[in-house]
Structure formats: C-alpha cells, structure tokens
Ligand binder design. Structure first.
Ligand SMILES: Nc1nc2c(ncn2[C@@H]2O[C@H](COP(=O)(O)OP(=O)(O)OP(=O)(O)O)[C@@H](O)[C@H]2O)c(=O)[nH]1
Ligand SMILES: [Mg+2]
Length: 464
C-alpha cells in the first residue's frame, strides 16, 4: 500500500493528465444531471441509491396498480354476485308464476304457489345478501392486502432514501480532501463515435500507443454505446481495462534452485540498469539470498563506483575489472566466485553505451558464450531495463534487445517524474513479456514488484 501511494503521487503527471482530459471530454457535450444531496465524485454509490429509489418507486407503482386491479376485480365480483342473485330470484318468480297459471283452478294450490313464490323471493333475496356480504368481505380483505403492500413499498422507498442520504453524507476520500462532498450534480455524456475518438486521443497522448489505445477504448465501449457516462464511471472502466491487459504480465522475477542463478541485465545507456541491480541485490539480500554482483560495465569507471556504493550498502560483494577491460572475462571470474561462495544469485551489469548495435551484440553474445562454459543454461534471466520517460521509444528498445539477447523479462524505471506511464500498457499489450518490477525513484525501496491494479489506479487516477 505504501508503494501504491508513492506510485500514485509520483505518477501524478500522467494521472492528472488523464483525469483533466476525461473531465474535458465529458463536459464537451455532457449534460449536468441532479443527484440528490449526492457527492459528484461518488457516482457509483449515489447511482446505487438512485437505482434503489427508482426500484422502490417502481415497486410502489406496481403495488398501487395491483391494489387498483384487485379493487376492480372485487367490484366486478360483487356486481356479478348481485346479478346472479337477481337472476335466480327472477327465475324462481317465473317458475312460481308458471306453476300458478298451471294450477289456476286450484286456489289452494295457487295460494300455496303464492306462498312458495314469496319464499323463493325471500330465499333469492337472502342469497343475494349473502353474496353481497361475501363480495364485500373479499373486497375488504384485498383492500387490507393492498394497504400492506403500499406500506411495504413506502418503507422500501424510505430505506432507499436513507441509503442515498448516507451515501451523500459520506463522500469519497478525494471528495473529502477536495471538499467536493456537497456537489449536487454530475455531468454525464452519451457514449458515441465522437467521444470514443476523443478518448482514444487522450490515451495516445498518455503514451499508450495507437493500437493499444484503440483496443482499450473499444473494449471499454462494448455494450455501452448510447449509454450516458460520467468521468468517474469512465475512469473505473478504463482502470478495469488497463489492469486486465496488465494482469498476465505482472510476474516477479522467477527464482530457480540453480546456484548461482545468473541474471544478465541489459538496456540502453542511462535506462537504470546499474541502479536496478543495486536495488534488486539489496532486496534479495534482505530476503536471505546470497548475492554477487559483476560490474560488467567496464566502459566507464563511474558505473563501477556506483555499483560499489550499492554493494557496500547492501553488504553484497561487487566484482570489478579495470576500465576498458573485457567484460566477458570479468563475467567468467564472477561465475567462479559466485560458485565458490555458494551464492544464490549472480547479477551481471552491462554497458549500454556502445558505438553501434553490432558492438553491443558482440559484447553481449561474448558474455553469454563465456558464462555458458560454466553453466550451459545461463543466463537464467535476461532483464531488459527500460526508462519510462523515453515513451514509445521503449517499444523499439524491446524489439532491438530481443534480437540481441534472449530477453526474459522487463523492469520499467523512472515511472516517477515526467513519465506518462501509458507505455507500460502498450508494452504489455504488444509483447506480453513479464514485467518484474517498476521503479519510481532512486532510493532502494523505490523499486517494487509490478501490481497491475495499483498501476491502473495510479495511471487513470482512481481510488484504491
Ligand atoms: N527518478 C528516477 N531515477 C532513476 C530511476 N532508476 C534510475 N534512475 C536514475 O537514472 C540515472 C541512470 O541510471 P543508471 O542506473 O546509471 O542507468 P544505466 O542503465 O546503468 O546507465 P549506463 O550505465 O550509462 O548505461 C541515474 O541518475 C539513476 O539514479 C527511477 O526509477 N526513478
Ligand atoms: Mg550503468
């Protein structure tokens, strides 16, 4: 977490650039929407509350509709029952009348028929009353149920409102720091071709490279065309997309049981090879590994001194050779010493400053030839150190060094300062080489294993 803070603080240039760019894109054509007492930078949470309130309102409407439908059904049942009772009464009366006509002569019978008619009428009336009572009871029951449903819906709506208020009362960390917790609106813009193009340009300007920027934005846009998005929402989606690309390459430098495990460190002049060896050697030593360093950059004396400082600091022996001497023979001696010492790791520094590529290739292949006399599997790791400030040029360096040496992993230095950072995403996307570590400064603890989610959050400017 401490390293993430450092990374985030130091990657400020790139994250603020992306953040400012995103704000500008959203505001260009975006529409300000009200969010109830919400924190604009808490759109995710406020959205949830909004959705909960909407759901509760919809549930409320559905309950009211159900009440209405049930009342209508009860009324229809009551009318039907009354009609049936009346029809029964009429039918009974008719039957009685027919009987009366048929037995006109029999006065007694007629009188009885009259009696019967009266009884039938009374029975029909009673039946109608019972049906009416039943219908009324049913209607009352349905009404009570409807009232309960309404009450529950009102309770839910109240809970949703409370959740929304809680979300509003608790703005995000950034919001708290910047005092933006009282914003009542959020700007959202509908995702269309224009907006997508602007996002692509923003990512390209953050050094992500054209192909990678296109891929990231296309993946982000999939299934979201026509949807309205805020800066926060886009940030979340971009960070997710970036960490998805970076996740497969985030691998610490593998350690093998072979003694010594030979780590050859290559890279152009000034990329940070010597510093990285110093940091790695100290960290491995601190982790209980026995380390030997070979100052294979015999090209300039300062490089040797620089390594000796790191070695002294970490208590790691540094093998050196006079300026201008053959680095391959130094590497051979170092193999012998590391084996004799029972060292776990031998880290070999190399020179980046050579006249031309043929020279560099010759020097590197000679080092490899010589150490293979001692161990045919060496070097076990060939680390290419890249300087993030060189931007897209880092991609060319990978291609060149893959031709010169069997690059097994990358270390990216100088992600602090003016680095735009996005180049690391392009590297991961294009080459798929493991990224072992990243450097954000010149101190020993300014180098850490590469964490894709931390990196994505620092690059895009989201909270972790
Ligand atoms: N800000 C910053 N500076 C770094 C980082 N890593 C290395 N440096 C600095 O970059 C400069 C070059 O680093 P070196 O380690 O000497 O680079 P090199 O690849 O060994 O260079 P050559 O030996 O000339 O080929 C030094 O001043 C380092 O302190 C980093 O992560 N951040
Ligand atoms: Mg050096």
């Amino acid at each position: 977490m401490a390293f993430f803070k450092k990374l985030k603080d130091r990657l400020f240039n790139s994250s603020s650039k992306i953040e400012d760019g995103l704000d500008a894109i959203i505001e260009d054509g975006g529409v300000e929407e009200a969010i109830d007492a919400g924190a604009a930078d808490e759109v995710g949470r406020s959205d949830q509350a909004e959705r909960a309130a909407e759901d509760a309102a919809a549930e409320n409407a559905r309950a009211a509709e159900r009440v209405q439908q049930e009342a209508e059904r009860a009324e229809a049942a009551r009318i039907a029952a009354e009609r049936e009772a009346a029809e029964q009464a009429a039918a009974a009366a008719e039957r009685a009348a027919q009987e009366q006509a048929a037995n006109a002569k029999q006065a007694e019978m007629a009188a009885r028929a009259l009696d019967e008619k009266k009884q039938a009428e009374e029975a029909a009336l009673k039946a109608a009353q019972v049906a009416k009572q039943q219908a009324e009871a049913e209607a009352a029951r349905l009404e009570a149920e409807a009232a309960q449903a309404q009450e529950a819906a009102a309770r839910e709506a109240e809970q949703a409102r409370a959740a929304e208020q809680a979300a509003a009362a608790k703005p995000g960390l950034l919001g708290r720091i910047l005092g933006r917790g009282d914003k009542k609106t959020v700007v959202r813009r509908e995702l269309d071709d224009d907006m997508l193009e602007q996002l692509e340009e923003l990512l390209i300007s953050a050094d992500m490279g054209v192909d990678t920027a296109l891929r990231v934005t296309a993946n982000m846009a999939e299934g979201r065309f026509g949807k309205r998005l805020s800066t926060q929402e886009i940030k979340g989606l971009l960070a997710q997309e970036v960490s998805r690309i970076m996740e497969p390459v985030a691998r610490p430098m593998p350690l093998y049981p072979t003694k010594p495990q030979v780590v050859l460190v290559v890279g152009v002049n000034g990329s940070g090879k010597t510093t990285t060896i110093g940091k790695l050697a100290s960290q491995f030593q601190a982790a209980g590994k026995k380390v030997v360093i070979a100052a294979g950059d015999t090209f300039r004396a300062a490089a040797v001194e620089q390594l000796q400082v790191w070695g002294d600091r970490a208590g790691v022996p540094v093998l050196t050779a006079p300026e201008g001497s053959d680095p391959a023979s130094l590497a051979y001696d170092a193999m012998e010493k590391a084996a004799a010492d029972g060292a776990d790791l031998l880290m070999i520094d190399t020179a980046g400053r050579l006249q031309n590529r043929a020279d560099l290739m010759e020097e590197l292949s000679k080092i490899v030839r010589v150490i293979r006399k001692k161990d045919p599997d060496a070097p076990h790791n060939t680390l290419l150190v890249l300087d993030a400030t060189t931007g897209q040029n880092a991609l060319n360096q990978v291609k060149i060094f893959q031709d010169l040496a069997d690059v097994s992993g990358l270390v990216m230095t100088k992600l602090d300062g003016t680095a735009k950072g996005g180049v690391l995403v392009a590297l991961a996307d294009k080459f798929g080489l493991p990224i072992h570590a990243i450097g954000v400064g010149e101190q020993i603890d300014d180098l850490a294993p590469f964490d894709p989610e931390d990196f994505a959050a620092a690059l895009i400017g989201t909270d972790r």
